[in-house]
Design a protein around this ligand. Sequence first.
Ligand SMILES: Nc1ncnc2c1ncn2[C@@H]1O[C@H](COP(=O)(O)OP(=O)(O)OP(=O)(O)O)[C@@H](O)[C@H]1O
Length: 327
Amino acid sequence: MKSVTDDPDSQLNTADTPPVVLTSELRKVYRTGFWLNQKIVSLKNCSLTVYKGETFGLLGPNGAGKTTLLKLLLGIIHPTSGRGLLLDKPIGDRSVKQHIGYLPENPYLYDYLTGWEFLQLAAGLFQIPQSVQRQRIPQLLELVGLSQADARKKLLRRYSKGMLQRVGMAQALINEPDLVFLDEPMSGLDPVGRYQMREIILALKAAGKTIFFNSHVLSEVEQICDRIAILAQGELICSGSLNELLGVDHTYYVKGQGGDWEILKKWIPTLRFEPDGSWQGTLQDDYYDFLASVRLMEGKIIAMNLSRYSLEEFFIQQIQRKNNSVN
Ligand SMILES: Nc1ncnc2c1ncn2[C@@H]1O[C@H](COP(=O)(O)OP(=O)(O)OP(=O)(O)O)[C@@H](O)[C@H]1O
């Protein structure tokens, strides 16, 4: 697995923050077939840390083992070997459930309940007193952007996919959890729905919650996450902050012609000349001033673009590398 050191530019200094999720060599083998004699290794020796207050994205292609890892952490299934801690308790410990929220990928919502009744039901499971429910349910509806009128009157079967996802999110937060697991929270949502879900996740992050989520919508992950990990064929192939994995922001690849070598060199420490007389290199920070300087020197910019990878490019490259190493 590619391992990276803590990123000094990361918003979160993980050295000072306690781990909330810690797994060590977690492995899950399913037995299938009539005689249970076939083995499917869903997760291979997964060691992972998520720190308090972090928004952590678990990525991977279909069948990579993401849901398996989530189910292990939530204590829904048991590991074949390895260990894990959630909020300092061994995974599967019942007392931890009071402090955890979970939004499944396809939550089963009761068609003939209103949103309000559904949230009352969820609150009842945590034995939240009626007086607290009366305050908390409207607060959660406001956070997820559902009107009280819709929540009180409309049956869930009449909700749109976006509304269902939002009421599912309110349900995941009913016990004021410290750690929230979201399985594909953007799945099936239109761009506005995805934007609304992103805003909700950012509000949770601002409130100091730790968020662990699976997603295939990499552009959203890129905007929300502090750190990510990529799973492929049951194996963790890399993890780190976005800056560590994708390169630092505000780094530009630039190619030009003409100008003063000495001045250019001050802007572009990596400057090199090409046989055709052009020069190129990477430039950091304030490219507006650089462009003005090149113009003053009567030089010319031929090409310029951000050299930071997009998460999508990085993801595809990592998965292809993994596939090639296996084949
Ligand atoms: N209950 C089960 N019994 C047998 N095999 C299983 C079981 N659950 C999952 N698997 C297998 O384990 C592997 C990982 O599945 P998992 O659902 O964890 O992947 P995933 O990354 O969540 O995929 P997706 O993105 O499609 O949801 C797959 O090969 C899957 O077929």
